[in-house]
Design a protein around this ligand. Structure first.
Ligand code: NAD
Ligand code: UGA
Length: 446
């Protein structure tokens, strides 16, 4: 049993604090947001994450998990402190480190005993050394400490199981003993542990996210070609993924990647590259393809409807992906906003993200179901692949729409079946979409 403090109780901090308490440690979660802490004390989850509420409840009752706004209380007995505050996108794409700086300064001013400071936030390479300097300078009197980078790889919507069964954990420090002590905290989860230097650990996080984002942009670029050439991107991805060197994951074409991390992390890595005089051409292309993917959905709608002015368009899904209430950088929100900008009357439904999305989309009418969205609509866009959108009564949906135009941005339905039902159906990268190949002699038409 160890005493652990976790600074920041968002998606990463709350899952980390809860996970460590479930492993038998005594954990205090600290956040500067008093409403969030008040909610947590009452057992109300500030975020939607499957399985998390039950785990928080169990560990709070067992007296292993507490929440406070006070660093003094959080650090009183702590041997380890995790920094898991936000690192949002700054002005030119660089990571904004103001929350990390504030957390490091407050830790330095509050700590009374030897401490291992673990950075879990995604931060530019070199931040660990910078945090070390901040703490040294801000300490009223010298107290020994070590800084370890332990980047987080969890996915929203699967965060609890990712904490308990990660593919790997990475620990980077100039102080090998400190890195090993942090690795020991994770020993019960029995994942491969990589102990390395601090800059390498920081780079592993960015390189991993950028690589996953690259796979998505790659398959999205292929999907555009598939549409023109009459190939099916789902089969293409399956055929590629069977090659063990490629693997099947992260090859789903769609509306482009979103969320609080891939877009900001790809841009932050590109910014880092530019700052140090290298040219991140692949990373720039990954973002360019991703931006186009959202526009591509709008082009499909224009193709079906002509002008979107006064058209009633329904958006199914607002979260950036399924099983989360997170709408940060959500392609669905961006699509809804662009539709509003083009004069469409937009309605939307999401099983859990409507409250968050409503703040960003005041002009969009939030409905109570997918069918309410479809009633009288001129077109529907499936923007988030929630399970409940996978088996809708499509015949009913067809009958209640004013015009049966369906843009399936997540390839949830079978193109032939949708055409048989009478939909004007457009998927991403499948269902021959008109222009392209003369199959007799292979010559291309326009
Ligand atoms: P979040 O915005 O959900 O939560 C951050 C929390 O930190 C907020 O509750 C905020 O009030 C609190 N905070 C800010 N400054 C503070 C301070 N000085 N002291 C105490 N609390 C403070 O963020 P998140 O999604 O959990 O992401 C945190 C970090 O982890 C980011 O760097 C992110 O890139 C990285 N990350 C996120 C995910 C994810 O799936 N969300 C996965 C891996 C890594
Ligand atoms: C991602 C990574 O998967 C995590 O390992 C990482 O810790 C996290 O970012 C982070 O650093 O924050 P997350 O953003 O929660 O996790 O979600 P993903 O499941 O990776 O999906 C990201 C986006 O890509 C979503 O918009 C999703 O719909 C999209 N996506 C994903 C695709 O379009 N196609 C795919 O094949 C996979």
């Amino acid at each position: 049993m160890k005493h652990i403090c976790v600074i920041g109780t968002g998606y990463v901090g709350l899952v980390t604090a809860t996970g460590f308490s479930d492993l038998g440690n005594h954990v205090v979660g600290v956040d500067i947001n008093p409403e969030r802490i008040e909610q947590l004390k009452q057992g109300i989850m500030p975020i939607y994450e499957p399985g998390l509420d039950e785990l928080v409840d169990r560990n709070m009752r067992a007296g292993r998990l507490r929440f406070t706004t006070s660093y003094e209380e959080g650090l009183e007995e702590a041997e380890f402190v995790f920094i898991s505050v936000g690192t949002p996108e700054g002005v030119d794409g660089e990571a904004d480190l103001k929350y990390v700086r504030a957390a490091a300064e407050t830790i330095a001013k509050t700590m009374k005993r030897k401490l291992i400071v673990i950075n879990k936030s995604t931060v530019p390479v070199g931040t660990g050394d910078w945090v070390s300097d901040i703490i040294t300078r801000a300490q009223p009197e010298p107290i020994p400490f070590a800084v370890v980078s332990c980047p987080e790889f969890l996915r929203e919507g699967a965060a609890v199981s990712d904490f308990m069964n990660p593919d790997r954990n990475v620990f980077g420090s100039l102080d090998r003993a400190a890195a090993e002590a942090v690795a020991e905290l994770y020993a019960p989860v029995k994942s491969p542990a990589l102990i390395t230097d601090i800059r390498t650990a920081e780079m592993i996080k960015y390189a991993s996210n950028a690589f996953l984002a690259t796979r998505i942009s790659f398959i999205n670029e292929i999907s555009i070609m598939c549409e023109k050439l009459g190939a099916d991107v789902i089969e293409v991805a399956r055929g590629m993924g069977l090659d063990k060197r490629i693997g099947p994951q992260f090859l789903q074409a769609g509306v482009g990647f979103g969320g609080s991390c891939f877009p900001k992390d790809v841009k932050a890595l590109a910014y880092m590259a530019q700052t140090y005089g290298t040219h991140p051409q692949l990373l720039n292309a990954v973002m360019e393809v991703n931006d186009f993917q959202r526009k591509h959905i709008l082009l499909k709608l224009s193709d079906l409807l002509g002008s979107l002015q006064e058209c009633v368009i329904g958006v199914l899904g607002l979260a950036f992906k399924e099983n989360t209430d997170d709408v940060r950088e959500s392609p669905a929100v961006s699509i809804a906003r662009q539709l509003v900008n083009r004069g469409a009357i937009v309605r939307a439904y999401d099983p859990v993200a409507m409250e968050n999305a409503a703040r960003m989309l005041p002009e969009v009418e939030m409905m109570e179901s997918a069918y309410a969205v479809a009633e009288g609509a001129d077109a529907i866009v499936i923007a988030t692949p929630w399970n409940e959108f996978k088996q809708l009564s499509m015949a009913r949906l067809h009958d209640i729409m004013r015009q049966p135009n369906l843009v399936d941005g997540r390839n949830l339905y079978d193109p032939d079946m949708m055409q048989e039902l009478g939909f004007n159906y457009r998927a991403v990268g499948r269902g021959f979409q008109g222009q392209g190949v003369n199959h007799n002699n292979g010559e291309h038409s326009s």
